[in-house]
Write a protein that binds this ligand. Sequence first.
Ligand SMILES: C[S@@+](CC[C@H](N)C(=O)[O-])C[C@H]1O[C@@H](n2cnc3c(N)ncnc32)[C@H](O)[C@@H]1O
Ligand code: SF4
Length: 431
Amino acid sequence: MPSALPIADPAPLDGLLPASVVDGADARNLGVYIHVPFCRVRCGYCDFNTYTSDELRGAKRDDYASQAVAEIHQAEHVLARAGLPARAVSTVFFGGGTPTLLPASDLARLLGTVVDAWGLEPGAEVTTEANPDSVDLDYLLALKAAGFTRVSFGMQSAVPRVLATLERTHDPERVPLVVAWAREAGLDVSLDLIYGTPGESLADWRASLDHAIAQQPDHISAYALIVEDGTKLARQIRRGEVAQPDDDLAADMYELADAVLADAGYGWYEVSNWARASAAAGSVEGAVSVESPESHQGDGAEHRSRHNLAYWQGHDWWGVGPGAHSHVGGVRWWNVKHPAAYADRIAAGQSPAAGRETLDDETRRVERVLLAVRIREGLAVNELTAEGRTAVAGLIADELVDARAAFAGRIQLTLKGRLLADAVVRRLLAD
Ligand SMILES: C[S@@+](CC[C@H](N)C(=O)[O-])C[C@H]1O[C@@H](n2cnc3c(N)ncnc32)[C@H](O)[C@@H]1O
Ligand code: SF4
């Protein structure tokens, strides 16, 4: 979650939603995101809405779970008042920050509040992010007992020099340990990697991929390092203390990741995300499918992050916590950013929303194109305007869009297209 908030209309202090959010709700899942805005130290590259203890301006970590519980109660009331059908929650995702800086009992209490409010669908996905140095076996066992199904560790790299440039606090030796504990606890495992760190060679990146794969996680996310304005890393680069990331090298790293991951049985399902195929399915290298997302059993579909897919597919989700974003039926809002401001709103019995916007049909269509193109199943050609459809032949000629899928009626990115996904979107949306 990027930390800058959009500028839009003020949100009502009672948080109530317009009746329009009910339209089509039966076809949308309900997800819950719970933001935990605390980190022990801030990594130099990170722009997330997170605070170390000396940045909290009086807000207290110990009080946070009760505040978030209060927002979940608000959410239950607001969704019911809008007339939305009763829907059990499909996915819950605790992100940060570092959710695992809170005691496991706080995460369990928050999950329990979600369950009490809406119930969970059978087989619901319940994930928390975790820093490798913030959990032990007992903690992970407590999460499993509370109903968590999945943990996503911020591994980033296996190379000590690269971790040092990123200012990560964990020892790379810690990753196999926490993954083994998570497995012992019965949790699915995802690992986050970052590539393109200044000073990272292709061989370093290969070593990180190999180490990640050796842990046999169910899911791997690989993000190109973004140099966010205002971060310590951006200042170091500006002052010439750290080299500027090299875009060509980052592209080579992406291609390497896709090849190595496919060889190891991980298929891409979103530009930065790969899921482990089940043993029988084998490699999905180069596979192009024109089927629906639900029809991918056996090719990693069961290990995809269903929570993230729900964002990309425009379902409903309530984001709890400072700076968290929500989307329900075309209405989008975001909470006040600072934990102290959030605490004040909750204490006053007010909605913590800072601003909100109602998306018009054209904005929703543009967002649908923007998000769906990045997913392996892509988007139907008939969701494009006439101008967008005109761009398809050129995108096929430039080998950015798969020809066979396009003739079958879907826009699906090639490997080259994934590297240039933003440019593909611009061409599909050009007037
Ligand atoms: C909230 S963090 C994950 C949990 C935990 N705080 C940690 O870092 O281990 C989410 C992920 O975003 C990614 N990330 C954060 N800032 C990034 C940046 N500037 N460029 C690329 N990836 C970034 C990292 O891979 C990180 O694991
Ligand atoms: S631990 Fe995670 S959320 Fe915290 S500063 Fe580092 S990358 Fe950002």
